[in-house]
Design a protein around this ligand. Sequence first.
Ligand code: DX5
Ligand code: ZN
Length: 228
Amino acid sequence: MSAPQELLRGVRVAPSILSADFGALRSQVGEVLAAGARVIHVDIMDGHFVPPITVGPLVVEALSEVVRDAGAMLDVHLMIEHPERHVSELIKAGAHSITFHVEATPHAAYTANLIRESGASVGVAINPGTAPSALAELSEMLDMALCMTVNPGWGGQPFIAHSLEKLGRLRAVLGDRAALEVDGGIDPQTAPQCAQAGANVFVAGSAIFHAEDPAAAYAAIAGAVGAE
Ligand code: DX5
Ligand code: ZN
């Protein structure tokens, strides 16, 4: 079987547990895995880089077994300061890819190397106000770039339409090799627009977990982009 990280090379819809019912987290994740999801997105927030505080390695670990058993991967999105301090603990807990914000550390190249040497895929995220050129010196080191299509910190915000034009410029900075993930306001309408603009990994939180039937909501977005 190929490494879980290989999943990011395909067209994937990644349910974000931020909008799930945390009292029933494992079964909610089980529902989307059964519907075909193979990338589960975990948002870690520290109350500093962004105002909210969410979860940490304990929740990654709690999901690790069910995700691994499905042949899926845990895609961890760090919205925290000093991301380099948490890499090894998160990988021990079961993270397959770690994405940190270029705005959150002056040590982006160091952090990217650390993630790779520790055995996970390397992702770097940019906020809506950050230019794609911020990744120019890092592009060779990345498995994935994450283009925030809302301001980070909260689920349920509207998609920033300007992101579509930005995705093309980001793809040009990255070249063809790295995955391009979009996160924020993704639904069956916006996901295909992002696909057209060059994205291949589509994070969706509220469009999946606030729906009456998360499995059907996952399938609707997956169908709209032709996800595997
Ligand atoms: C927000 C997080 C997202 C969030 C997206 O900062 O990074 O992953 O879950 O939520 P929706 O899909 O509701 O916009
Ligand atoms: Zn996210």
